[in-house]
Design a protein around this ligand. Structure first.
Ligand SMILES: [Zn+2]
Length: 192
């Protein structure tokens, strides 16, 4: 999937959680940082792909991307597995802990969850693509839905651009609209 679709999927997953779970009161700053963390989490697994949007937007990204690529074992390797979820979750948790004393208004737990929701949504979305996802690394088997490759989605193809992306957009808008009272309450809690 392209970075754009992954961001949309991350946001959709976050919307599902926001409307179905009762959230703690958070500050506006936490809300904004959580959305940014969610979008970053949505594309983070592709740091093992040198051409990923994650690296393309950095001036020296191409070179760093290539180094990471070797380190993580090529596209859809370590960062595209359950083991990767734990490693990235642990690292991101550590980074947030370092920043906690400087940003007392931010609820780091909410931000961490937003990032992880984006991260896992990426792996779920990639499972529907031709290449599949090596969920159980170090067991080197790539899983896909449906199991038959020919029926899976091609990254950047017509189905993704005109089917998957608009569908995710629709689900997000629908969820927020249908659960407007819940969303309003979450927004209202910003003020506290
Ligand atoms: Zn990916």
């Amino acid at each position: 999937m392209t970075g754009r679709t992954h961001d949309m999927a991350a946001f959709t997953a976050l919307s599902v959680v926001v409307v179905t779970q009762s959230l703690p009161h958070i500050t506006l700053a936490t809300g904004i940082v959580a959305i940014v963390a969610n979008l970053a989490g949505g594309i983070a697994p592709d740091i093992d792909q040198p051409t990923a949007p994650f690296w393309r937007n950095l001036p020296i990204g191409k070179y760093i991307g290539k180094t990471f690529d070797k380190f993580l074992g090529g596209h859809r390797f370590l960062s595209h597995s359950i083991l990767g979820v734990f490693i990235f979750g642990f690292l991101f948790h550590y980074i947030l802990q370092v920043f906690t004393p400087s940003f007392p208004r931010l609820n780091m737990q909410v931000i961490w969850w937003a990032f992880m929701i984006g991260f896992v949504s990426h792996l779920v979305m990639d499972t529907f693509t031709t290449e599949g996802v090596p969920w159980l690394l170090p067991i080197p088997v790539k899983f896909g839905i449906p199991p038959l490759k020919a029926f899976r989605i091609k990254t950047g193809g017509l189905i993704e651009r005109f089917g998957v992306f608009p569908a995710l957009l629709f689900i997000s808008v629908y969820l927020i609209y249908a659960h407007y009272e819940t969303v309003k309450m979450v927004l209202h809690s910003y003020l506290k």
